[in-house]
Design a protein around this ligand. Structure first.
Ligand SMILES: [Zn+2]
Length: 293
């Protein structure tokens, strides 16, 4: 039994980064032996009439603790639960909000990704969390975003935008017009090494489009919120490009697959947390496609 579990019957610690905008920052840890389901950034936004949740954490318990944090601050209905993408650290808290009967909202390709991964994700979650996985389930979206929709929380408009394949093939971002807050989900990693599960080239071009959005504060999927979106995106762009270019160069130079993968993006190592495991996974996943370029 995970030692952290009892604390989560209490409300999750959240920070009000702007009026009515609350963030809980997950810790930088890998999936694995000590995984506890609380590694991603999860948030909620309060309008005059309703509350929207943006990602729900990696387990039912984390979702429940997030819900308790909301209920400490408002009794308004939790009308929307938004998932930025399928990764289990962002979605397994959904089940804690079913009692509120919200619209669960995601990219139009999110249901496919959830169905494809449901079985594996649940097996993994139970093996990592043990009893603390109790209650965690896949909850599919009930409303899909093809390109863009807006939600009205009462005097507060959220703009949800679906992107082409990048971090995953179904990334969704959220903008709060009132505060200028932009949630990028895992389209942006701060501090923690970005992990590629979609399309590297696509991600690089999405970064260009994200650059153009006006924001006062950007919330990454992992790491500290920041005022300087461009600098954060640029750091990530540099990593992704270096990884791509090193893999290409290794293949062009006729290096072995093992050497190419081991050496890729090593110049970036000091700039990122959890680098070795995530970077080598990225290189291994990307290598086969690069070989056929
Ligand atoms: Zn992710």
């Amino acid at each position: 039994m995970n030692a952290l579990v009892p604390a989560w019957s209490a409300p999750l610690a959240v920070t009000e980064v702007s009026s009515g905008v609350f963030i809980h920052q997950g810790v930088h840890e890998e999936f694995g032996e000590h995984y506890h389901g609380d590694i991603a950034n999860i948030s909620f936004v309060i309008g005059h009439d309703a509350v929207a949740v943006i990602d729900t954490g990696g387990s039912y318990l984390v979702g429940s603790a997030l819900r308790a944090a909301i209920r400490m601050r408002t009794n308004l209905p939790i009308r929307y639960v938004i998932n930025t993408h399928v990764h289990s650290d962002h979605i397994f808290g959904n089940a804690a909000f079913e009692q509120d009967k919200p619209e669960f909202i995601g990219h139009h390709l999110l249901p496919r990704a959830m169905k494809l991964r449901a079985e594996n994700y649940l097996v993994n979650l139970h093996s990592m969390l043990g009893a603390a996985a109790e209650g965690s389930r896949i909850v599919l979206p009930t409303r899909l975003v093809d390109s863009e929709i807006t939600l009205d929380l009462g005097g507060r408009i959220l703009i949800l935008q679906a992107w082409p394949a990048a971090h995953t093939d179904h990334d969704l971002t959220v903008q709060d017009e009132n505060s200028g807050t932009l949630w990028l989900g895992d389209l942006l990693f701060a501090e923690r090494t970005p992990s590629v599960d979609g399309d590297l080239q696509g991600w690089l071009s999405v970064i260009k489009s994200l650059d153009a959005l006006q924001t006062a504060l950007v919330i990454p999927g992992h790491g500290k919120p920041g005022k300087y979106k461009q600098a954060l995106l640029e750091k990530q762009r540099h990593y992704l490009q270096t990884l791509r270019d090193d893999l290409r160069q290794g293949i062009r130079d006729g290096k072995s697959m093992t050497d190419t993968i081991q050496q890729a993006a090593q110049s970036e190592k000091q700039r990122w947390l959890l680098f070795d495991s995530v970077n080598s996974r990225n290189a291994t996943v990307l290598y086969p496609a690069m070989e056929w370029e």
